[in-house]
Design a binder for this molecule. Structure first.
Ligand code: NAD
Length: 337
């Protein structure tokens, strides 16, 4: 039995996480769920967005399954708890697969790529301040370290090797940001020759965006610094049918946290409209991480069947469907029977 810290999150979080837990339990995954709170839900209960109890729980389990957390926009309110969790547990590799789905009406039918995003430093290091008392000049510092670059680039090549991927694209902006992005690219050039069977490609971020939109099939594994990876994840989600389908894993040396790429979608909260697929597939990634391959495969096949049939799916996948979050979860459980 594995113990996993379960954080249901804000907005659509509780509804989609309930479906994910239902599906994983129905698949016979040997998981004991230990519930904890973060984000707005934690502010309401404990007066703080990241209570000590939650950190103590993850300290113990080293494994979390998390719904999206709402973060206020702009200078007011608390810091992103997602960023704090990634930095606290050094979850340096954010792995986000984007694969076309049979039955989903998207722009491409044959996309199969993985974003490997550096998750702890870069422009999201959290080093921001105003330079003047009037607050009319603000500064953000991007931090790129050799150690941080080595571990994420090594992770990307290792991932490519283990998953029989043919190519790693190092996505950067070293033509303009010569020190931070230059260091990242230098490290990639040092590491790549250790993986002679894997093709290496260097691409500037702006060109990467255009090539992704025009011919995404050319990409396989893409490795990049934090903010570029954040943006590319949503872009690639759009190529395969939207955020409701895109899972992610945050991997560290000692701990790991699994979640969807999407946020708390306040526009859908409380309406039984949110697609639970992304968090269910994040659950599949969690099960694979734990070596529970059979349960993972059972869930994946059931999700693929329900999505392919396109009847018991949420309206983002089929505007004519009357099914919601709960009905889609039930259909996935039924498809496993
Ligand atoms: P969002 O990802 O919540 O939503 C963007 C769009 O995608 C919306 O139109 C939404 O309806 C749609 N969408 C998202 N999830 C969906 C699903 N499961 N099914 C169907 N449609 C879905 O992004 P946002 O609106 O910019 O952010 C809302 C909040 O979430 C913000 O506070 C943001 O900071 C936070 N956020 C959290 C995480 C996280 O916890 N990892 C990630 C991204 C954003």
């Amino acid at each position: 039995m594995h113990t996993v810290t379960l954080i249901k999150g804000d907005g659509i979080g509780p509804s989609i996480m309930d479906e994910a837990v239902k599906v994983m339990d129905a698949a016979g995954a040997p998981i004991h769920w230990q519930e904890a709170y973060a984000g707005l839900a934690a502010v309401e209960r404990f007066g703080t967005p990241l209570p000590e109890q939650t950190l103590a729980a993850i300290d113990q389990t080293k494994l979390a399954f998390k719904g999206p957390l709402t973060t206020s926009i702009g200078g007011k309110g608390f810091r992103s708890i997602n960023v704090v969790l990634r930095q606290t547990y050094e979850l340096y590799a954010n792995v986000r697969p984007a694969k076309s789905w049979a039955g989903v009406n998207s722009r491409y039918a044959d996309v199969d790529l993985v974003i490997v995003r550096e998750n702890t430093e870069g422009l999201y290091a959290g080093l921001e301040h105003y330079l003047t008392p009037k607050k009319d000049i603000a500064e953000s510092l991007a931090v790129v370290t050799r150690a941080g670059s080595e571990r994420i680039i090594e992770y990307a090549f290792q991932y490519a090797r283990e998953h029989q991927r043919r190519k790693v694209t190092v996505c950067h902006k070293a033509n303009i940001l010569k020190y931070t992005q230059g260091l990242f690219l230098d490290v990639a050039r040092e590491i790549a020759p250790r993986y002679p069977e894997i093709q290496v490609e260097e691409k500037i971020i702006d060109a990467t965006c255009m090539h992704l939109v025009m011919h995404p099939q050319q990409f396989d594994v893409i490795v990049c610094t934090n903010m570029f990876g954040d943006i590319l994840s949503d872009l690639t989600a759009g190529l395969v049918g939207g955020l409701g389908l895109m899972p992610g894993a945050n991997i560290g040396k000692e701990a790991a946290l699994f979640e969807a790429v999407h946020g708390s979608a306040p526009d859908l909260a409380g309406k039984n409209l949110a697609n639970p697929t992304a968090v269910i597939m994040a659950g599949v990634m969690l099960l694979r991480h734990l070596g529970e391959i059979e349960a993972a495969q059972r869930i994946q096949s059931a999700v693929e069947k329900v999505v392919r049939e396109g009847k018991q799916v949420t309206p983002d996948l089929n505007p004519d469907s009357t099914a919601g979050t709960v009905e889609m979860g039930n259909a996935i459980v039924a498809a496993m029977a």
